[in-house]
Ligand binder design. Structure first.
Ligand SMILES: *[C@@H]1O[C@H](CO)[C@@H](O)[C@H](O)[C@H]1NC(C)=O
Length: 430
């Protein structure tokens, strides 16, 4: 067996060969979205889909709790964040709490019930089995397992492409079952190992969950891709197995780094390196403080280049599977209290939501690794709630024990997830 260090050396040695070998077909897949809830709010500039956003927050919450449970089973240790939000954000000046919005006029659409909800997530294509069966999968850096709906699944999987283990000569039944908690329900099934190909790269004996039941949250109306590929570290695996990307690395297929672009167009996952066509300049890198989620130390918050809060002991995870930029409720309130004209919209939209004046949406800066990463006003803005009040994309979540850098953050950068060097880096999108 190789040690991790030897594996990385091996991966380094392989990467030159790998770069040459890949000159023909780059190891990348396009990522797409359907009924993107952010885009649909932005299209006509009116905030909508509040139920989708809330459901998304609940799903992120239960995914994180599942990750903690898996971490404890896998490592024998309680995850440091299990006790709840640990750090503190301290305002650099005293400001009154934002004024509370208590009603909005009828014209506003925010409270409309949602009829066509679909999850906001990024998906690409993989093949599984021999001969290959093709599936679309959510690419999620906030979890670590790969699962699909399988033949024999009940009506909860209707409309999805089903994984037929019996039709794959490389599928091996481990006879271990799983329950993955996501949102209001769970996905249950049996763990198989099989050959999985992603972006032209093949992993052998990869653990794949063959689900015989999906929760409501994974039914096709709400979850357009068939399954999910978790891109975080092994410690978070509910299966207790290596994530797909770890298997590719361990089998010497790819160096332990991948790049992601998430945007309205041209979104992409690039395995084994970064796609130099998609960014300019150098990466600003931030060291991981844990290797389970991609966990970073959040140091401060800025509004229009002015530091409004400093943080101690606050963790932020980088999560492609979350739409909003989520934070602890107190820290988020501090942030909005420093934005002139911001209002507390909890009475209308639910706890944690705030508005900012549409004509003065600020640039919000997040300090990580002593560097400030700015969220552009156009990305922060979720759309008009009413009049000159626009909903902000930074939302407080009481249930989540750290900050979650989702889409609202990631759309501002090209992101490199560098497992080999235990860091995440952000570069300017081209
Ligand atoms: C930041 O990380 C990227 C990707 O791993 C790497 O190419 C780059 O050299 C790093 N920059 C610094 C200054 O370490």
């Amino acid at each position: 067996m190789y040690t991790i260090h030897e594996l990385y050396q091996l991966a380094d040695a392989l990467s030159l060969f790998y770069l040459v070998a890949c000159a023909v077909a780059l190891p990348k897949i396009p990522l797409s979205k359907r009924n993107d809830i952010l885009a649909s709010s932005k299209r006509d500039g009116v905030f909508k889909n509040i139920d989708s956003f809330k459901k998304q927050i609940a799903k992120t919450n239960s995914k994180i709790q599942s990750g903690f449970a898996a971490f404890e089973r896998n490592t024998g240790n309680v995850h440091p964040a299990v006790a709840g939000f640990r750090g503190a954000l301290t305002a650099t000046s005293t400001n009154p709490a934002p004024e509370k919005l208590t009603s909005i006029s009828k014209r506003a659409t925010a409270a409309e019930p949602l009829t066509d909800f679909e999850e906001d997530l990024w998906f690409g294509t993989i093949t599984v089995g021999t001969p290959p069966q093709t599936f679309t999968v959510d690419i999620d850096t906030g979890s670590s397992d790969t699962f699909l709906p399988a033949v024999g699944c009940d009506s909860t999987c209707d409309g999805h492409t089903l994984y037929n283990t019996a039709a794959s000569s490389t599928a091996v039944d481990t006879e271990e079952t799983y329950v993955l908690e996501f949102g209001s329900g769970s996905a249950t099934g049996t763990i198989f190992t099989d050959t999985v190909t992603i972006a032209g790269l093949t992993a052998r004996s990869q653990a794949v969950g063959a689900s015989n039941q999906y929760s409501v949250d994974f039914e096709v109306d709400e979850f357009p891709p068939d399954g999910l590929v978790g891109m975080a570290f092994p410690a978070l695996s509910t299966f207790g197995d290596n994530p797909l990307f770890t298997t590719l690395v361990n089998q010497g297929t790819v160096p332990p780094v991948f790049g992601v672009k998430l945007a309205d167009t041209g979104s992409e996952l690039f395995l084994g390196g970064v796609d130099t066509a998609l960014f300019t300049g150098a990466f600003r890198n931030v060291s991981l403080i844990e290797e389970d989620f991609y966990a970073l130390n959040l140091q401060a918050l800025d509004v229009n280049s002015e530091t409004v809060a400093t943080a101690t002991g606050v963790t932020a995870i980088v999560d492609t599977g979350t739409t909003l930029l989520l934070g602890d409720t107190e820290g988020v309130e501090i942030l909005y209290s420093t934005i002139p004209g911001a209002k507390d919209a909890s009475a209308i939209l639910g706890e944690g939501f705030f508005t900012v004046p549409c004509n003065r949406i600020p640039t919000v800066g997040i300090t990580l690794g002593n560097q400030i990463f700015n969220v552009a006003p156009a990305i922060l803005n979720l759309g008009v709630l009413e009049g000159n009040d626009c909903v902000g994309g930074v939302v407080g979540s009481p249930g989540i024990p750290f900050w979650v850098l989702g889409d609202i953050f990631l759309r501002n950068f090209y992101t490199v997830f560098d497992q080999g060097n235990a860091r995440v880096g952000f570069a300017t999108l081209r």
